[in-house]
Design a protein around this ligand. Structure first.
Ligand SMILES: Nc1nc2c(ncn2[C@@H]2O[C@H](COP(=O)(O)OP(=O)(O)OP(=O)(O)O)[C@@H](O)[C@H]2O)c(=O)[nH]1
Ligand SMILES: [Mg+2]
Length: 328
């Protein structure tokens, strides 16, 4: 079973505050002991923390209910209840959190180790010791703790990357990412080898580039064909896109139509995406039967273009250098 999961709905509840106590000191030789009821402890909060070592929401496939600990009740002898521990929920960087009922985004977890408090625990109630005053030396009043909050939320993972490779299945996207980054993406001689986004790091002299390889798009992805548009959300955060076309097709016309179908699919998801293409990579140069025709093929104005082969490594070094020239 594919263990990747990039969307989950869960319910979270913060802890209730503990109740304050109304009690009076009872000691052998003190007939009228004063109030000694302690305060309730605060309930635990629900905190989401970004963790770079997690890359999927699969932990939420089975566990969907999360509750922080309640605060303890106040005790006699001015003993305050203990505070309930916060519940920390670890999620991949790039996880957006939505309030389902109101359909609003409430958080975007993008920073390693940083916690975002989504639900505050209920405050503990005050014990009767607190209400003692010069006019009321024996208050019987104590307050109950505030209840915690409950919320249904959706977690939506949108991978964080600087660049993404986009193209049809089998054009060599995963081959490219394994050539230019540390990624060990699976490469296969069939469509839809890649079923989840792969991320790799290209270590540049000045900057590191986080590159994403997503499952291939096909004509009709926008109407749900193939793996559909489901994975395009993973390139939404990418600053630049690299379009990958396959030169093992028959002729220049086929290459042109690969390009135009791809642009149409990107456009139907988000009109901004085609504008982010910074480089067109023509892969499988070793299999190309119309090399002379591709010289003048410039599908996007003011956009870089390079022909490469992952099979014999031609152009791979230049591709890496071109990417290193991108200013993030
Ligand atoms: N001859 C040749 N074969 C290549 C080249 N690049 C990739 N291939 C082969 O093409 C096939 C597909 O490569 P992948 O890298 O898995 O393609 P992909 O675009 O990631 O495919 P999906 O994950 O299915 O979308 C594999 O058999 C690769 O070995 C190339 O430059 N030349
Ligand atoms: Mg692949």
């Amino acid at each position: 079973m594919n263990s990747f999961l990039d969307y989950a709905e869960i319910q979270i509840t913060s802890g209730n505050g503990g109740n304050g106590l109304a009690s009076f000191r009872r000691e052998k030789y003190i007939p009228f002991g004063g109030p000694d009821g302690g305060n309730g402890g605060n309930g635990g909060s629900i905190i989401f923390v970004g963790n770079k070592n997690i890359n999927s929401l699969r932990d939420f496939r089975n566990k969907r209910i999360f509750k922080a600990i309640n605060g303890g009740n106040g005790g006699s002898n001015k003993k305050n209840g203990r505070n309930g521990d916060d519940l920390k929920i670890y999620v991949p960087l790039g996880t957006e959190i939505y309030d389902i009922e109101n359909n609003i985004k409430i958080a975007d977890i993008t920073i390693e180790g940083k916690g975002v408090r989504i639900l505050e625990g209920g405050k503990g109630g005050l014990g009767n010791t607190f209400f003692k005053s010069s006019t009321n030396r024996a208050p019987t009043k104590a307050k109950d703790g505030k209840k915690g909050d409950k919320l249904k939320i959706a977690l939506d993972l949108k991978t964080i990357s600087d660049l993404s490779l986009v193209g049809f299945p089998n054009v060599g996207k995963s081959s490219i990412i394994t050539k230019i980054t540390n990624s060990k993406a699976e490469v296969g001689d069939y469509a839809f080898t890649t079923l989840n986004p792969n991320i790799g790091v290209l270590k540049g002299d000045i900057e590191d580039y986080l590159i994403a390889d997503i499952p291939g798009l096909i004509e009709g992805s926008s109407s749900g064909k193939g793996l559909g548009h489901k994975f395009l959300k993973h390139i939404e955060r990418s600053k630049f896109l690299i379009e990958v076309l396959d030169l093992s097709c028959k002729n220049l016309d086929e290459l042109k139509s690969q390009h135009s179908i791809l642009i149409k699919e990107l456009n139907s998801y988000n009109k901004d995406l085609p504008l982010r293409i910074k480089l067109v990579v023509l892969n499988k140069l070793d299999l190309c039967s119309f090399k002379d025709d591709i010289v003048g093929f410039d599908p996007i104005k003011n956009c870089g273009k390079i022909s490469i082969s992952c099979h014999n490594n031609s152009g791979i070094e230049s591709l890496r250098e071109m990417i290193e020239d991108f200013k993030l």
